[in-house]
Design a binder for this molecule. Structure first.
Ligand code: FAD
Ligand code: 2MC
Length: 378
């Protein structure tokens, strides 16, 4: 889809309005009650947010990554945890659109695009996180079905979603022995662990996914046997940009709040905003936000264009943006003094939600590993 400036402005406005009116007002409540609001997600689907970059043919918006990072920044200003789940859902939808057969795409994509059906991405295992290629879940072909056995760890949305994109071993050790499968949520033998108690991201559940002799038709395999690790990583390139964009949205909201607080709070006979030390802190925070926006746009452009350095740039952007935006949000909390520590101000929730972005979709140490490998290998 090619968007002209007017279309883009209208879409951004609609998403901003959705974030302000549907996400922000109940974000605190969802965090406290650990509530995953499938009704709100269905409304996001009506806005086209379930298939942001899947083909128009299958109900998607087919937008470039340069636009999607801006959409996720807007969404995260309303609720970081829900925006991040929408990103994971879109990552799976893109993988189905890019690597499933036409029959499977027709079967799943329209409802995924509308967010009537929700998706989870299952790579991590209890003993294989950063070293994802060490995963041990197996898939064995039996006639025209695959039989899956294993445990996936930390799966976002698990237990509340309708389809699980599972990376499993069909061949030898290492990345070349891995294959990707779509596992319907109602498959016999599929079960879920308890909802993990977490520091943040409380508006979406995180559970183990347990596969005990789960049988799925062979047509639900994505790509060929052995393609799964590459498919999983290609999904993550865009996912890493969106997670970073969610950090940017959360941090930019928190920085705005801090700026308002500095102007309103009087201490030592004048507003806190008159203190140059605090003005300079605010300046550094704002610079972090703008540098993050630039690097995200640069990496998204590289991904859209299939540039040879796109993987490196996505890793660089994920590490830089999630680290700097966490620091900016944490500084916003500090500038609120004791009020920053109170949940009713919302800033502490944003800090808690942003913290995990330095860990998931590849830790920031792994992002540095990807960047340094690319520098050293030339
Ligand atoms: P480990 O790999 O054990 O790492 C421990 C520490 O060692 C980290 O600091 C790491 O950076 C460091 N480290 C490891 N190897 C190296 C190295 N070679 N060099 C330098 N440092 C290194 N996964 C999914 O598949 N799907 C999901 O939906 C999902 N959602 C998640 C939601 C939440 C809330 C959380 C917390 C995690 C989620 N994850 C998900 C898993 C996440 O991707 C992993 O936690 C992450 O990749 C790190 O793996 P690990 O926890 O096993 O840590
Ligand atoms: N994009 C495209 N291809 C990639 C890629 C990427 N980002 N990363 C690796 N590959 C390819 C690579 O080119 C190679 O292909 P080929 O076999 O054709 O040569 C293959 O994958 C194997 O790559 P490596 O040789 O680099 O594999 P290695 O095991 O040494 O390291 C590493 C891979 C560490 C980069 C990878 O395991 C990794 O990214 N780990 C982090 C795991 C992670 O991000 N988990 C996130 C889980 S999801 C989540 O947290 C959510 C919240 C949803």
């Amino acid at each position: 889809m090619s968007l002209d400036d007017d279309d883009l402005r209208a879409m951004m406005q609609a998403v901003r309005k959705f974030a302000e009116s549907e996400l922000a007002p109940h974000a605190q409540e969802r965090d406290e009650n650990k509530h995953f609001p499938v009704d709100v997600l269905a409304r996001a689907g009506e806005l086209g947010l379930g298939g942001i970059y899947i083909s128009e043919e299958h109900g998607g918006a087919e937008l470039p990554r340069t636009v999607s990072v801006r959409l996720f920044e807007e969404l995260a200003r309303g609720d970081v945890a829900l925006a991040a789940y929408i990103s994971i859902h879109n990552m799976v939808a893109w993988m189905v659109d890019s690597f499933a057969t036409d029959e499977v795409r027709e079967e799943w994509l329209p409802e995924l695009a509308g967010m009537e059906k929700l998706a989870s991405y299952c790579l991590t295992e209890p003993d294989a996180g950063s070293d994802a290629a060490a995963l041990r879940t197996t898939a064995v072909l039996d006639g025209d079905e695959y039989v899956l056995n294993g445990v996936k760890q930390f799966i976002s949305g698990a237990g509340s979603t309708h389809v699980y994109l599972v990376m499993a071993r069909t061949g030898d050790d290492g990345p070349r022995g891995i294959t990707a499968f779509l596992v319907p949520g109602d498959s016999p033998g599929l079960s879920f662990g308890a909802n993990e108690r977490k520091m943040g991201w409380n508006a979406q559940p995180t559970r183990q996914v347990i596969l005990d002799g789960v049988r799925i038709p062979a047509r639900l395999r994505l790509g060929e046997e052995g393609d799964g690790f590459g498919i999983a990583m290609r999904g993550l390139n865009g996912g890493r940009l969106n997670i970073a964009a969610c950090s940017l949205g959360g941090a930019s909201w928190a920085v705005e709040r801090a700026s308002t607080h500095l102007r309103e709070r009087i201490a030592f006979g004048k507003p806190l905003s008159a203190q140059q030390a605090l003005q300079f802190r605010l300046a550094d925070m704002e610079t972090s936000l703008e540098a993050s926006r630039c690097l995200l746009d640069r990496a998204a452009t590289a991904l859209d264009n299939g540039a040879p350095d796109a993987v490196k740039l996505c890793a660089m952007a994920k590490q830089f943006v999630t680290d700097h935006c966490f620091d900016a949000a944490n500084a916003a909390l500090q500038l609120h003094g004791g009020y920053g520590y109170l949940s009713e101000y919302g800033v502490e929730r944003v800090v808690r939600d942003l913290r995990v972005h330095q860990i998931l979709e590849g830790t920031n140490e792994i992002m540095r590993l990807i960047v340094s490998r690319s520098v050293l290998e030339g």
